[in-house]
Design a protein around this ligand. Structure first.
Ligand code: ASP
Length: 462
């Protein structure tokens, strides 16, 4: 017998159906029992008598007939509310034991560790299941959009070498070369620039990026996903224009109920943002209580450098006053080149930050493509010869014909969090790492065996 989906039942009054799914709820009225059955397409009420004993969240098969409900019993809250299933046979496929957390609420008040431990159950709640589907629609939309614009989707390595983006690296020990380590990428920054040297011209990927940051609500500790984009022969204007058009059509198609506050998106200089709003990611919503308002904005003209403070840039280079505001591949504003020698604090960078409802959703820049300027920046941020030598491959690559290029990397998790009005990026990730750094369900990190450590030439201090 072929399975019918719950959404098909609406049009099948008078017909027989075979449904398979989860028991969402049971109401036992003595002689007759109501079961709400759930599958990926919805919920339907089923009615029967003398049914086998079944528990909530069990997986069952229901064979029955679709019957129209009398007018006064129609349930307007669900799409299948005009019909119900008269159960002929109920088969228990897999019985569920007691469910360790409530699934009929939004779930936001449940302890995070519990939700993560049982994430496969937590994802059954409609809000979470909905978020997963929206996420998939968003990535699908972006893929199509960028392919239509002749972008090429390219994956870059996860086992790699550090590209400093200002956070701490996750390290992976090498077995073949004991004492050496890979770093998980904080971003594919160097690879995407090398792809421009390679002549790809238009690149993107949904890149998994890893940052060992102290966990905060809007940044996943551990890993998150960014839409990484790089283009050649472009100006900053081209990058802003592409991003603005893409996100505007995305919102129109996937979130038609949302209103973008202002178009074209406001552009604010970093200086004005700080002076006027006291923040470099101002929340420009006209009505902050309106959950359907999306206030996109660009913040531009960032200072190229910030003062290097307690936390020394790039693992304690610490020999200079200056650290890059964005990253060290960001181009200085061409009008400010002379200031690099005179007063670095006044040099503007060709950096752009994408802000949405007060969240920094992404950043990017036009890159340096002149090795002389790149060396000058290394100097100014106080890199030693040895530190510069870690980037020799970039300087060398740039000596073989490099197009002017630039890009952007909107965070997918952050964008979804902002658009869906979720309180944390974890609400839009299937298996997030908790705020204390434990992974969902599998509960990493865990200890390595003595044998594994021995192969790696590592001993752990107790
Ligand atoms: N690599 C940057 C980041 O991850 C984005 C960029 O400059 O394109 O924030």
């Amino acid at each position: 017998m072929k399975r019918n989906l719950i959404r098909e039942t609406i049009k099948k009054a008078g017909k027989g159906v075979v449904l398979q799914g989860w028991v969402d709820s049971i109401r036992d009225h003595g002689k007759i029992t109501f079961i709400d059955l759930r599958d990926r397409t919805g919920l339907v009420q089923c009615v029967g008598s003398d049914l086998p004993k079944v528990t909530s969240e069990s997986v069952v098969e229901i064979v029955g007939e679709v019957v129209k409900r009398p007018e006064k019993l129609v349930n307007k809250n669900i799409p299948t509310g005009e019909i119900e299933i008269s159960i002929e046979k109920l088969k228990i496929i897999s019985k569920a034991g007691e469910i360790p957390l409530p699934l009929d609420t939004e779930g936001l008040d449940i302890d995070e560790e519990v939700r993560n431990k049982y994430r496969y159950l937590d994802l059954r709640r409609p809000r979470m299941a909905g978020n997963m589907r929206v996420r998939s629609q968003v990535t699908q939309f972006i893929r199509n959009y960028l392919h239509n614009e002749e972008f090429v989707e390219i994956e870059t390595p996860i086992l790699t070498k550090t590209t400093p983006e200002g956070a701490r690296d996750f390290l992976v020990p090498s077995r073949l070369q004991q004492g050496k380590f890979y770093a998980l990428p904080q971003s594919p920054q160097q690879y995407k620039q090398l792809l421009m040297v390679a002549g790809i011209e238009k690149y993107f990927q949904f890149a998994r990026v890893f940052r060992d940051e102290d966990p905060r609500a809007d940044r996943a500790y551990g890993e998150f996903t960014q839409l990484d984009v790089e283009l050649s022969f472009v100006t900053q204007e081209d990058i802003l224009d592409l991003s603005e058009k893409m996100f505007t059509s995305l919102v129109k198609e996937i979130f038609p109920e949302k209103k973008i506050s202002e178009a074209p998106w406001p552009r604010i200089s970093h200086k004005d943002a700080i002076e006027k709003y006291g923040s470099d990611k101002p929340d420009l919503r006209k009505d902050k209580n309106d959950k359907d308002e999306l206030a996109f904005a660009w913040v531009l003209d960032f200072p190229l450098f910030t003062e290097q403070s307690k936390q020394d840039y790039f693992h304690g280079s610490g020999t200079s006053k200056w650290a890059p505001s964005h990253h060290m591949f960001t181009s200085p504003h061409p009008d400010d080149l002379a200031l690099l020698d005179e007063d670095p604090s006044r040099v503007r960078g060709l950096q752009h930050d994408l802000v949405l409802n007060g969240l920094e959703v992404g950043g990017g820049s036009i890159r340096i493509h002149d090795p002389k300027i790149q060396s000058k920046i290394f100097d100014l941020i106080g890199f030693s010869k040895k530190q510069i030598s870690q980037f020799d491959h970039m300087l060398e690559a740039f000596s073989y014909g490099v197009p002017p290029h630039g890009g952007i990397a909107p965070g997918l998790d952050r964008f979804l969090m902002a658009v869906l009005g979720e309180p944390s990026v974890r609400e839009v990730m299937a298996f997030p790492t908790s705020s204390s750094g434990q992974t969902s369900v599998l509960n990493a990190p865990s200890e390595a065996s003595d044998g594994q450590l021995k192969e790696l030439g590592i001993s752990v201090k107790k």
